[in-house]
Design a binder for this molecule. Sequence first.
Ligand code: PEP
Ligand code: MG
Length: 880
Amino acid sequence: TKWVYSFGAGQNDGKAEMRNLLGGKGANLAEMASIGLPVPPGFTITTEVCTYYYDHGKSYPPELEAQVAEALARVEKAVGNRFGDHRKPLLVSVRSGARVSMPGMMDTVLNLGLNDQTVEGLAAGSGDARFAWDSYRRFIQMFGSVVLGIDHHRFEEIIEHVKLDAGLIEDTQLSAQDWHRVVAGYKDMVLEVKGEPFPQDPKAQLWAAIGAVFGSWMNPRANTYRRLHDIPADWGTAVNVQAMVFGNMGEDCATGVCFTRDPSTGENIFYGEYLINAQGEDVVAGIRTPQPMSKARAKPGERSMEEAMPNAYRELVEVRAKLEKHYADMQAIEFTVQQNKLYMLQTRNGKRTAAASLKIAVDMAQEGLISETEAVKRVNPSALDQLLHPTLDPKAPRKLLAKGLPASPGAACGTVVFSADEAEARAQKGESVILVRIETSPEDIHGMHAAKGILTTRGGMTSHAAVVARGMGRPCVAGAGGVTVDYHSQVLSAGGQHVRAGETITLDGATGEIFIGAVPMVEPQLSGDFATLMGWADKVRRLRVRANAETPLDADTARKFGAEGIGLCRTEHMFFDPDRIGAVRQMIMSETERGRREALAKLLPFQRKDFSELFRIMAGLPVTIRLLDPPLHEFLPHGEAEIAEVAAALGTDPEAMHRRAEELSEANPMLGHRGCRLGISYPEIYEMQARAIFEAAVAIGKETGKAPVPEIMIPLVATRRELEITKAQVDKVAQEVFAESGYHVEYYVGTMIELPRAALTADKIAEVGDFFSFGTNDLTQTTFGLSRDDAGKFLPLYVEKGIMPKDPFVSIDPEGVGALVKIATEKGRSVKPDLKLGICGEHGGDPASIMFCEEAGLDYVSCSPYRVPVARLAAAQAAL
Ligand code: PEP
Ligand code: MG
């Protein structure tokens, strides 16, 4: 078996397509080398070695050692230096590289190969003893913390001690002798902590570093990240070993991280940061302030790479164009300039905000780099969600606290918390929180996920907080240097103002501003690139997209987002209005049908108005109205005080109300007297609702000349007979209203399929119903025997432990619930080939479930208004 793949060493064994085997970094290093970009030579140990390692009690395949030796020899030959050679030592970096990038999860060791002898060779070769000893101490420090697991404070202490002794403040002031002393201190400390000297044999160093990379694949931070991003543990990581190039050898050296387009906005400009005379981790660590790439982006006092290193910059601009053309996507690149010569260390598809992802996809299609359908495929429907959320109202008053970097756009408002655990705990209780940290590290990921927004006081646009927040779609203000955070007293302060834990702040991730208190927000812009992409998506999708909406506001929002009708109007929501709940309760309290009809007569005009409004907003589009579904006790007051008040208002005795509530109380209300069972026991309820629907439809038809086509939906049907009875009630009312008004409207009567029995007997039910809408909330509940209301107590644990891949109330369970959907679809269409089929459970807005609906051959999905664009895009992707 081939376990090791060379690149840039006169031989490129890999290519971009081999990401599963070589990891993203390794595959792209090989690809860059093979298209002629300047890549320092090296080799990749495959992800299969990682899998082997964990399958074989943390041991390596027997052939590995020889293959590594051979690949290393090739690197030595290409560079002209030898590993461990005292005069001309080859130094290498060792980095992890999984299939998908896992920011901060894995560890890197630079300058490997240095020891007490080779450091002299490096000093002589570079003519810079200070550089050599600084490199050596960096190596011991990285190796010490990553491979030997020594706390980095132990290293910092030693540097501080040497500085104090020499009366120096900045690291840059330390001389070769000072770094020499630091190295001596490090080695003593390592010996003290580990009981063994720091390894001097470069081969032993190399194998220890390789082992540490594989070991880090299973560290808790990596496990958390994988869980949050659905990355299977058996993918493994590759290890990349590459000849070192130095960005810290002098003023003609630099290192940088940049993006071929702006990762926040998507703007087509070269975007990024570089540092002169620095090594890679200096940029990411945010210790020195990185400078901008292009002159156009340089602010006063900043020195762009374009000005400082014009030749290397020009070369990089060419690389940028070549990479975008080659990969047809925005790239995130890492480079080093050593003595004015450019080296590429990494390229990958750059992480970007939802806004940038949209703009880049649309721009690239318009630039001819990709096709329109490719653009549709490029935007993650779930990420689109972020764009549909509000931003700060520009006219709203606000009190600025401070400003940081606009690290991840979107506005967020919440109470201040200072730790990730606190953020998670409070968010679980439904609180909106802003996580405030000096800087974030991979240990904070769970809190970042739980927070509405993230604020850090240290670090740049490529700091951990910025990268992770953008990936998660959390608004983030990073590097707010004017803000001080005191974890101990739980206060953040800026310019004499203080905000304590638990107080509210608002972040604008697009401007970097931080405000005290809550700032009102406004609806997002739905024109421009958004509309363009949606237009392309609409051209390719087959599934129609409707909304679940019952208020005019929801219906309006749904239309704005492009809904093609209403797939579910839950009429019970209309009953809770303070103007009507009295009549609803009167109806429930009535002992007789006559009494109930009297109360229902009061509700009729309200319902008629409700439906007219919906028909008007949805003019020309289908509107599915579901008749009353929930058990009646849900409408009764709870608690003594409320019961007394309601009883007084209705002129009934509180005792009677108690009695009625007791009569109606059920052990399992979700499986009780609800849905069509109510319509059958109290036909007058469905009659009133049907009358309201038809009267509204007739009125609009008369008024506009074009009547809506109502789709009346009966809930919780289990048997054909139930639908037959309730449909007959509706038909009877229709005939009455048409006769009274002398006006006829077309209408359909269908049913929800939300019980397993309905799905299994769908052929019988289809004989009666005109359409089906899968109520996958109840269908999931009844298929799993899993209460919608109680599952929260243990489902998260199930998902965490992998007992269920996903929460089945969020993403459809294709094996069980999905099987019922397919059976019902087949059986239903065997009776009525053109039976209209939709889905209106929460799954209708979930991209994976939409994919399922496409495969199952449904006609439409219906989801909450804000998810309509997500569904349009997901439906398009499902069709491609
Ligand atoms: C369903 O059960 O999926 C459904 C849409 O109805 P509700 O959520 O109102 O029970
Ligand atoms: Mg239901």
